[in-house]
Design a protein around this ligand. Structure first.
Ligand code: ADP
Ligand code: MG
Length: 397
């Protein structure tokens, strides 16, 4: 059942507490270095303002420890400034999450105005899911919207206990969460075939549950990235100095057995004499690595095969870069997969921290159907987990 969305909320003249995910990457100087998560929340924020509501925005940023000096870079001032530039309206910010200052700022809000509260994790009640803290925060507003997909897998106060303080009719999801859930529904329940999953990244151990879930649904699962070498080693190949998770060989073996021919491993590799820029590289056909060499990317024949399969797919889900794409010499496989998804006529979704960063960096973010704003939340959704933060939002009547 679809969830109640902001379309179902009467926001005119009301104060809307929106839990957003403004946990953005920052430079060493604390500037916002990538504003994608802020931009992704704009449709929801603009809709509420256009309908006469006012906004109280709640987010976390980074991992504050409770030490005011070391927590200073995690204050939300720079985020509020970035939002002000993007939304083209004045944004005020209060240096508190709850309490008299927050209360005063909230009660003075006029329709169409925007208030950003301080980093919600500055209050210890947030992590603990403290109901007392939740009550205080909820008392600032008339209704609640969850548009923080990247945090939906967390049970923190602002995600679960705060919405519980509002009447069910006054809780809703925003446009971003709605879009993320719609694409996940396609991936989990209504994929158009052929359905192709592409999995890569650093470690197979992070992705075992996702791989198991996807194997039950997809037609083929294409493997790349460092996890390749754990699979190859499990098959008995000598992978040189490539990254291998020695304690996951059994798991890799049993996944291969269960998957039959669904799992497709690279047929060639880009190998290097050291895992860094400036290395000597060559293409290895087959899987017997020369001594001392590292597998750094999928090879050209694999690129050709994966590109063909992705382009012909009805649905593609991709998590995990095909190689160490941060080094240009090892980025070809990742770029090729991103490009094939961009050129595929099917539904194409990318999720995962580095995967999303790669499609952005190489210029394909606007050419795929969806780039998830949630790394952990996206993967846990694919694992089939149900989140408490969404259970508290009622289904549409
Ligand atoms: P995501 O964040 O998209 O879920 P992961 O965190 O699983 O992806 O993995 C991303 C990292 O995997 C990248 O930083 C990349 O450098 C690394 N990686 C991919 N292939 C290799 C490889 N062959 N050797 C070493 N590291 C690799
Ligand atoms: Mg990652």
């Amino acid at each position: 059942m679809p969830k109640q969305t902001i379309r179902d909320l009467d926001v005119n003249g009301r104060k809307v507490l929106v839990r957003v995910d403004f946990n953005v990457p920052q430079t060493a100087e604390g500037e916002v270095s990538d504003d994608r998560r802020i931009r992704s929340a704009l449709p929801t924020l603009q809709d509420i303002l256009a309908r006469g509501g006012s906004l109280i925005l709640v987010s976390h940023l980074g991992r504050p420890t409770g030490e005011p000096a070391s927590d200073a870079p995690f204050r939300l001032d720079k985020v509020a400034q970035t939002l002000q530039q993007l939304i083209g309206r004045e944004v005020s910010k209060v240096d508190d999450t709850v309490g008299p200052h927050a209360k005063a700022a909230a009660s003075n809000l006029q329709p169409g105005s925007i208030l950003v509260l301080e980093n919600v994790r500055f209050n210890k009640g947030e992590k603990k899911g403290d109901p007392e803290f939740a009550k205080q925060m909820a008392s600032l507003a008339d209704c609640y919207v969850n548009d923080a997909f990247g945090t939906c897998h967390r049970d923190e106060a602002s995600m679960v206990a705060v919405p519980e303080q509002f009447a069910p009719k006054d809780r809703a999801i925003g446009f971003l969460v709605e879009k993320e859930l719609r694409i996940l529904d396609t991936l989990l329940s209504n994929p158009v075939s052929p359905y192709i999953a592409v999995m890569g990244g650093a470690k197979v151990s992070d992705k075992i549950l996702v791989i198991e879930q996807l194997l039950a649904r997809v037609d083929q699962l294409l493997i790349g990235g460092a996890m390749t070498y754990t699979f190859l080693k499990a098959q008995g190949h000598d992978v040189g100095k490539s990254r291998v998770e020695a304690d996951k060989l059994d798991v890799a073996k049993s996944l291969l057995e269960k998957a039959g021919s669904k799992i497709v491993l690279p047929k060639d590799h880009l190998i290097a004499n050291k895992p860094e820029a400036g290395a000597e590289t060559k293409v290895l056909t087959g899987h017997e690595f020369p001594e001392g060499w590292f597998g750094m990317d999928i090879g050209p024949a694999t690129i050709e095969e994966y590109t063909r399969l992705i382009k012909a797919a009805g649905t593609v889900v991709w998590n995990g870069p095909m190689g160490m794409f941060e080094v240009p010499a090892f980025a070809k496989g990742t770029i090729a997969v991103a490009q094939a998804m961009a050129e595929s006529a099917g539904v194409t979704a990318v999720g995962g921290g580095e995967s999303a960063e790669a499609v952005e960096r190489f210029g394909f973010a606007d050419k795929v159907s969806h780039v998830s704003t949630g790394g952990g939340a996206f993967l846990e959704s694919l694992e089939g987990k149900q989140f408490n933060s969404l259970k508290v939002i009622p289904d549409r009547a």
